[in-house]
Ligand binder design. Structure first.
Ligand code: ADP
Length: 501
């Protein structure tokens, strides 16, 4: 973290310094150019001035030489040097000193003799070339004096460079201050500008960290019309796609977890089912085996024979029922049974079911009543018969002698407003204890082992009824139950669901 912060500060400092140095370098380059231009210009002007003055001095000295006495150059200079120097001083407006051809001082307009040693420069003028000597702010210009090819001597002008140098230094200082100001200003402006950009980068960074925490963006972190803006849009788009992918992954994970939970529940139920059914199968088999053993020993006992026939028949029937129901139940759990639903005229089917149960009911001294209405349901007729028979069978089994079973049907509307048909099986039997009511549809659940055993129940009937009812878009529930009897309600769709029609 601290490393990152250092880099960020460095970036600000570095970029601003770079900008400031660049600007300062530009100012320095421009200043150097301008200063050298000024120097050249000053030099050129001086040279022109001196050349003009040398020309004028030449004219004046030559005129004096030609119009005066006929003497050699050296005595001429010796004699006229001082006067000519003063003349030339007035003429040029500068102090002037004259030398003869041997470089000996011949005269000067200065109040005192010049102290500068001009011998090197005089050697140049002896060869006909002009020369400069600079000493601090003072500049000496020496030029040869001629009459045709004959050298008369050397003229030396004393000029002061103080003004020029002062001007040059003023300009140089100006550039220096301007350079420093540009350096400071450039750094400041650069710093402020980079600071703003870095702030934008910080916001983008914060947005990236926010996405990292799983808190996705609701809008781009920055709105700009440059590369940083494009980056912000990119981060926003990325956040959107990550969010979508993550929620898809989460949804899939949830589905997977649900599927795993369903599978383990199914596995648990199957294990329980197998355990239960093995146990249930063993009871009648034990009974049958016991009678077989008894018959082997006392095969000629007519009383035992009659009892054994009855018990073995009963146990075999129980075994058969158990196996058949178990097979049906497990098949429905494992395979998605295709129910062949169709439009079924309800009243005839219910009448037939009532007739089929009547034999058993009569034997138990129980009356069966029907209160039927016409109507059509959408169901598999075989399954429907199975459901109704199971409900009627229970109503008889768990009834009391002299009791009554009522089978009825009526129109109703479902939760979604669709037309439904309700088939009700009511009895005046022993009822179901409240604590058992929620579990009677579970496989192998019986209210009390003894009671069920006595009536030959397996605890699979209602479980099968519920599976069959739900397979054809219906539902079954215990509508009410108490000491004076129970009422089961089967709800069925009246028409085929939209996708089947
Ligand atoms: P069973 O084969 O034992 O009848 P069911 O699944 O049909 O199994 O019923 C489960 C339990 O619900 C029964 O053991 C019984 O105690 C109770 N039961 C079912 N129907 C009735 C009813 N009409 N009256 C009283 N008890 C009932």
């Amino acid at each position: 973290m601290s490393r990152r912060r250092r880099i960020r500060i460095g970036l600000k400092g570095k970029l601003s310094l770079l900008l400031a140095l660049l600007l300062a370098a530009v100012v320095a380059a421009l200043s150097a150019q301008a200063l050298s231009g000024i120097r050249d210009d000053q030099q050129e002007r001086l040279e022109r001035t001196f050349a003009r003055q040398a020309e004028a001095a030449n004219l004046r000295v030559r005129e004096a030489f030609l119009t005066g006495e006929r003497v050699e150059a050296k005595p001429f200079m010796e004699k006229n040097g001082q006067r000519l120097a003063v003349d030339l001083g007035e003429l040029s407006g500068m102090p002037v000193t004259l030398y003869d051809t041997d470089g000996v001082l011949a005269g000067t307009s200065l109040p005192i003799q010049p102290r500068t040693d001009a011998s090197d420069a005089l050697a140049y003028t002896a060869q006909g070339v002009s020369a400069y000597i600079t000493e601090g702010d003072a500049l000496l210009y020496l030029a040869p004096l001629y009459n045709a090819d004959q050298q008369l001597g050397t003229v030396q002008f004393h000029a002061s460079l103080a003004e020029q140098n002062a001007f040059y230094e003023r300009i140089r200082d100006l550039f220096l201050y301007a350079g420093l100001a540009v350096l400071a200003g450039g750094f400041l402006i650069g710093y402020l500008y980079v600071h703003r950009q870095v702030n934008v980068i910080r916001r983008l960074n914060r947005a990236a960290q926010q996405i990292g925490r799983g808190d996705y963006l609701s809008r781009p972190p920055v709105r700009r019309r440059d590369e940083l803006g494009e980056l912000a849009d990119g981060i926003y788009d990325m956040s959107g796609s990550i969010s979508t992918s993550v929620s898809q992954l989460n949804a899939e994970k949830r589905k997977l977890m649900e599927a795993i939970a369903r599978l383990s529940e199914l596995e648990r139920q199957q294990k329980q089912f197998i355990g239960n059914i093995s146990h249930e199968l063993k009871t009648p088999l034990t009974s049958i085996r016991a009678y077989a053993d008894l018959l082997e020993m006392y095969g000629d006992d007519p009383e035992l024979l009659a009892k054994a026939r009855e018990r073995i028949g009963m146990e075999a029937a129980r075994l058969y029922e158990l196996v058949e129901k178990a097979l049906q139940l497990s098949a429905m759990d494992v395979y998605d049974f295709e129910t062949r639903s169709e439009q079924v005229e309800l009243a005839p089917l219910l009448s037939e079911a009532a007739e089929r149960i009547r034999v058993k009911a009569d034997a138990a001294g129980i009356r069966v009543e029907s209160q039927l209405q016409g109507g059509i349901v959408w169901a598999d007729p075989d399954n429907l018969m199975h459901i109704v028979l199971n409900l009627l069978d229970n109503a008889v089994k768990y009834n009391v002698p002299g009791g009554k079973v009522t089978l009825s049907n009526r129109q109703a509307s479902g939760d979604d407003g669709s037309a439904r048909m309700i088939v009700e099986v009511a009895d005046t039997g022993i009822g179901i204890p409240p604590e058992a009511q929620a579990r009677i549809f579970d496989p192998f659940f019986t209210v009390s082992g003894d009671r069920s055993r006595a009536t030959g129940g397996t605890g699979l009937g209602l479980s099968l009824v519920r599976s069959l009812a739900e397979k054809q878009g219906g539902a079954v529930r215990l509508a009410e139950s108490g000491p004076s009897g129970s009422r089961f309600a089967l709800e069925l769709p009246v028409a085929a669901p939209a996708r089947e029609s």
